[in-house]
Design a protein around this ligand. Structure first.
Ligand code: ASC
Length: 150
């Protein structure tokens, strides 16, 4: 009985932890998911940007908290660009599916730059944050320029 409960709890936790990795039920679920992840990532990235650009006072703790969110979310969207998710409520360009290796590489570049930014926030130094923010922003923009409509 106790073992059964343990197994059920384990199954429940696995179910909660895995949606990012699991297949999506419908293409529109994947589209909604990747847009949500990118939107929340952008929100938290912009909060670091506001500090890097001097629009709001630098708070090392807040910067680091935002960077953890950005770094975590940077890993999520790309499982949601599977086959059949090129049509619908999306600005994703067909190049994503035509140039999958290049798209993957651009995603990995962004993830690497975001990790560098996150590491910089953990030093507590605004100079370090400034030194890494620009490349991270450029890696976001590169994908928008190449793979997003408008
Ligand atoms: C942001 C945000 C992005 C990037 C990009 C950088 O704050 O939401 O998508 O920066 O605009 O050029």
């Amino acid at each position: 009985m106790k073992f059964g409960i343990t197994l059920s709890v384990a199954a429940l936790c696995a179910g909660m932890a895995s949606p990012a990795l699991a297949q999506f039920q419908k293409p529109e679920d994947a589209i909604k998911y990747r847009k949500a992840a990118l939107s929340v990532m952008g929100t938290h990235f912009s909060r670091i940007g506001a500090m890097a650009n001097g629009r709001v006072p630098f708070d090392a703790k807040v910067a680091a908290e935002n960077a953890v969110v950005v770094e975590t979310l940077s890993k999520l969207p790309f499982s949601a660009f599977g086959p059949g998710t090129d049509k619908g409520d999306t600005r994703a360009l067909p190049e994503i599916w035509r140039e999958q290796a290049e798209f993957r590489q651009a995603a990995e570049k962004m993830q690497a730059e975001v990790s560098k930014l996150a590491a910089a926030t953990r030093t507590g130094s605004l100079e370090n944050v400034k030194a890494t923010f620009g490349s991270a922003a450029q890696s976001c923009k590169a994908c928008h320029d190449n793979y997003r409509k408008d």
